[in-house]
Write a new protein. Structure first.
Length: 468
């Protein structure tokens, strides 16, 4: 009998604990939370969640970011107290504008869930310090079409969610994180028109899931890397903001993080750590060319789904912690970068140049990565497989190759003349927000001209194009 009473008491206490845990969660719940992190949100889940948030707060407005190729409304959440007004009036608003974007690759879903959780926190806590100094824009479902192709067979290399994730490409079979310059997708065109040109965010966050190296840290990040962007902004991100965000993550949110990258040589990990390249087709590098701050987040795929979502959520909070404390400093740095760019455009000097080919160098400080013993397993007719021994942990200290410098450069031009205007080219320039003017009278100018002496295209198509 005593054992039976003990069992009843134990079950009762356990039941109270579980109910208490569920009640302690903020409502509404995301699909990930409600499913015990076995599933990710589908389009209808996201839209229903946003509808519920709107009913809870007057400080949330939903705007249209874009319409997807398959006809889905891509939502943009605007959160502020008071709600801001875009356009000329925004120049008189002293708050810093921050933009969080998720699900550009719809198989990489942690940031989608984390962004919804962040929106909920902001809506339920309107008196928070965040809303005193910041205007927060959130696009939790950037690739809405890819998100609806959820299957357990997608991204099988990552750990969960059990019920599957979406696909990388959008409804036009385009990789949206390769479209920042050519703007062939309605999603990127909408981003330019309805976010970058309309709201001009000081900071852009783009959330992903990584495919690569094995390490303990669940969260990785990297800043804008293209050296044609203002170098002071790149240095600010690499030397001040992101090291500070990493410390906030660890101390306040008990979440380990490192700058994003991969081992350059698995057989000799100490050779170096290197992130994704500097090409401006990647969104965060493109943002850097616009003299704004950018963060690419890559979450570690081999941790369980719940750990990845919570790690990403903590990263979002750590970024907001930093931004609300350093808002004025960030605005001043961007304003100074803008002034330097205007000077370059008005009167470029002999020391001013544009980089057309890059080399990469290590940053002054080495990076430490909490990794494991690794070996390469050869497989006939296939790429070698990396095998790790999780019981043998190793801290790898190595050069961090994340500074791009000029291999070949040209003088900075005063402007460009388009001798044979192509309507599509002109339209794209205008979409980017560039000033395009028509000469209305004859003029004599000393110019440099491009001369194409040969053109050899790659045999395989890349994003529907032959690369030269």
């Amino acid at each position: 009998m005593k054992k039976r009473h003990f069992l009843k008491i134990f079950v009762g206490v356990l039941g109270i604990f579980l109910v208490g845990t569920l009640l302690a969660q903020e409502k509404p719940l995301t699909k990930a939370e409600a499913s015990g992190f076995k599933a990710t949100s589908r389009y209808r889940d996201v839209m229903d969640f946003i509808d519920q948030l709107q009913q809870l707060s007057p400080y949330l407005r939903v705007e249209k970011l874009a319409e997807s190729p398959e006809g889905r409304y891509v939502p943009l959440l605007v959160i502020g107290r008071p709600l801001p007004t875009p356009g000329p009036q925004l120049k008189n608003d002293l708050r810093l504008v921050v933009y969080f974007q998720a699900n550009i690759h719809a198989g990489e879903v942690e940031a989608k869930e984390a962004c919804l959780m962040l929106a909920r926190k902001l809506v339920l806590n309107p008196d928070s310090e965040y809303l005193k100094k910041l205007i927060i824009l959130i696009a939790p479902l950037f690739n809405a079409d890819g998100n609806e192709k959820i299957s357990p067979n997608n991204r099988r290399n990552q750990v969960g969610p059990e019920e599957g994730v979406g696909v990388r490409a959008n409804g036009l079979n385009l990789d949206l994180n390769r479209d920042a310059m050519k703007l062939e997708s309605p999603e990127l065109r909408g981003l330019l028109e309805n976010v970058l040109l309309r709201w001009d965010p000081a900071l852009v966050f783009d959330g992903h899931t990584h495919n690569g190296s094995y390490h303990e840290e669940p969260v990785t990040y990297i800043w804008q890397l293209n050296p044609n962007g203002d170098q002071s902004l790149i240095d600010y991100m690499s030397q001040q903001m992101m090291p500070s965000v990493g410390k906030i993550l660890e101390k306040k949110y008990q979440t380990l993080s490192i700058p994003h990258g991969d081992f350059m040589d698995i057989r000799q990990p100490e050779k170096g750590w290197r992130p994704l390249g500097p090409q401006p087709r990647y969104l965060t590098n493109y943002i850097g060319l616009r003299n704004r701050l950018a963060i690419l987040n890559e979450n570690y795929p081999y941790k369980d789904f719940q750990t990845r979502v919570k790690g990403c959520y903590h990263l979002l909070l750590a970024i907001l912690d930093y931004c609300q404390q350093h808002a004025e400093e960030m605005k001043q740095l961007i304003a100074q970068a803008e002034q330097r760019t205007v000077r370059l455009g008005m009167k470029p000097g002999p020391e001013d140049y544009f980089i057309v080919e890059y080399d990469v160098e290590p940053l002054p400080e080495k990076i430490k990565v909490r990794g494991y013993e690794m070996t390469l397993e050869k497989r006939p007719g296939k790429w070698p497989r990396v095998k790790i021994n999780e019981e043998k942990k190793i801290i790898y200290e190595m050069p961090f190759y994340a500074r791009y410098v000029a291999r070949r450069k040209v003088r900075y031009p005063w402007g460009y003349l388009i001798a044979y205007p192509d309507p599509e080219v002109l339209e794209n320039l205008l979409r980017h927000g560039l000033v395009v003017e028509r000469l209305t009278a004859e003029v004599t100018l000393e110019v440099e001209a491009f001369q194409i002496t040969s053109l050899k295209a790659a045999e395989r198509l890349y994003q529907g194009h032959h690369l030269n």
